[in-house]
Design a protein around this ligand. Structure first.
Ligand SMILES: *Cc1c(COP(=O)(O)O)cnc(C)c1O
Length: 330
C-alpha cells in the first residue's frame, strides 16, 4: 500500500458555518477548496483536526473506533481556538455518512480507513489577528491506509529532548496545526544529527510525548504514563491501552516521571508510543546527551505486543467490545 496519508477516497463530507449557524452538511466530490487569500486560517492558524479509523469486518460492515470520543475531542480543540464548535450530532452524522459512502473503499484487515475531520477558520479578514473567525468550514477527509506493522515494524529510536517543548501549557492538548509545525524543526534536526525516528519532548525533565504520539512504559505488571494535563495531547489510543491494561490485571500508574527515572527504568521496562496511526509501537532505544541507551535488549517486548493485540482484537471483532467503543456502519 502507498505511503500513509497520500491516497484519498473521492468524496468528502463538508459543512459551513455562516451567519452564526452551521449549514446543512453535504457529501461532495473531493476537490481543491475555494479559500479567500485573507482566510483567517492562512494567517492566524485557526485550525484543528481529528484522526481515527474505520475497520471493515468480514460481514462487509464497517466499525468506527471511539467515534464519540473523537467528536468530543474535536469540540474541545475548536473551543480552545475560539472556532465555531461543530455540533456533536452533526459531526457524528458527517462521519457516519462519509464512511457509509466510501465503505467499498475500506481495504480488508489489517488495513483500514483513516478519517480526518478538519475545521478551518475562513473569515476573510487579515485585521482579525485578535478576533475569532466567525466563518468556518468543517470537512471529513478519508484515506485508505495500510497496517503500520505489516512487514514487522522495527523498534523506534527516540531522542530524549530535556529542554525544548513540543507545544505550550495552553495548546498542548489541542490537536492544532501549529503544534506540528513547531515540532518539525527540532525533529528534523534530531533526525539529521542522531538518526532518530522521533523526539521525546521532556521540557525541564518532565517526560511528555513525541511529535504525534503518547509515551508509555510497560512491565509485566505495570504501565506508566503521564497523567492528563494541558501540556500534551490526550490520546484516545493511550486511554484505550490503559483501560485494556487494567482489564488484563496490570497496575495503571498515571504519574509524572522525569528523564532520570526514565533512563533508570528502561533496563526493566518496555517503552512504546501510542497513537491511531501506529497503535502501540515499540521503542528500542533512547539517545540522551549524545549516547544511545537500549530499552531492555533493544527488541520489541512481549507486554506491548500483548496490549497491542488486545486493541487490534477489538478493532477487528476478534474480541468482544466490552467497553462499547465501536460504532457500526452499513
Ligand atoms: C493525535 C495525537 C496523539 C495520539 O492520539 P490518538 O487519539 O491516540 O490517535 C498523541 N499526541 C499527539 C501530539 C497527537 O497529535
Amino acid at each position: 500500500m502507498s505511503q500513509f496519508g497520500t491516497v484519498f477516497c473521492d468524496a468528502i463530507a463538508v459543512a459551513h458555518y455562516r451567519d452564526g449557524a452551521w449549514q446543512e452538511p453535504a457529501i461532495e466530490a473531493l476537490a481543491p477548496l475555494q479559500l479567500h487569500p485573507a482566510a483567517h486560517v492562512l494567517h492566524y492558524s485557526s485550525t484543528c483536526f481529528e484522526g481515527f479509523k474505520a475497520y471493515r469486518w468480514a460481514d462487509g460492515k464497517a466499525r468506527i473506533f471511539r467515534l464519540d470520543d473523537h467528536v468530543a475531542r474535536m469540540q474541545k480543540s475548536a473551543a480552545s481556538l475560539v472556532l465555531p464548535i461543530p455540533d456533536a450530532q452533526m459531526l457524528r452524522g458527517m462521519v457516519l455518512d462519509i464512511v457509509a459512502h466510501n465503505i467499498d473503499e475500506i481495504p480488508a484487515p489489517p488495513s483500514s480507513l483513516y478519517l480526518r475531520p478538519t475545521l478551518i477558520g475562513t473569515l476573510p479578514n487579515i485585521g482579525a489577528a485578535a478576533a475569532p473567525s466567525t466563518e468556518a468550514t468543517l470537512f471529513v477527509l478519508t484515506s485508505p491506509v495500510g497496517d503500520y506493522f505489516t512487514g514487522g515494524a522495527r523498534p523506534l529510536k527516540l531522542l530524549v529532548e530535556d529542554e525544548k517543548a513540543r507545544s505550550t501549557e495552553q495548546l498542548g492538548s489541542t490537536k492544532t496545526g501549529g503544534n506540528y509545525a513547531g515540532a518539525l524543526g527540532p525533529t528534523l534536526a534530531a533526525k539529521a544529527e542522531y538518526g532518530v525516528d522521533q523526539v521525546l519532548f521532556c521540557p525541564n525533565g518532565d517526560v511528555q510525548e513525541t511529535g504525534a504520539a503518547n509515551f508509555l512504559l510497560i512491565s509485566d505488571d505495570e504501565i506508566i504514563t503521564k497523567p492528563l494535563d494541558t501540556s500534551f495531547l490526550h490520546g484516545i489510543t493511550r486511554a484505550s491501552i490503559l483501560t485494556l491494561a487494567a482489564d488484563l490485571g496490570y497496575t495503571v500508574s498515571e504519574r509524572n516521571f522525569t528523564v532520570d527515572e526514565l533512563l533508570q527504568s528502561v533496563g526493566q521496562y518496555e517503552a512504546a508510543l501510542s497513537g491511531t496511526a501506529a497503535s502501540l509501537a515499540p521503542v528500542g532505544s533512547l539517545v540522551y546527551k549524545g549516547k544511545e541507551l537500549a530499552v531492555r535488549d533493544g527488541q520489541p517486548g512481549p507486554n506491548a505486543a500483548r496490549l497491542r493485540e488486545a486493541l487490534h482484537s477489538i478493532h477487528y471483532g476478534d474480541a468482544p467490545d466490552t467497553h462499547g467503543w465501536l460504532t457500526e456502519v452499513g
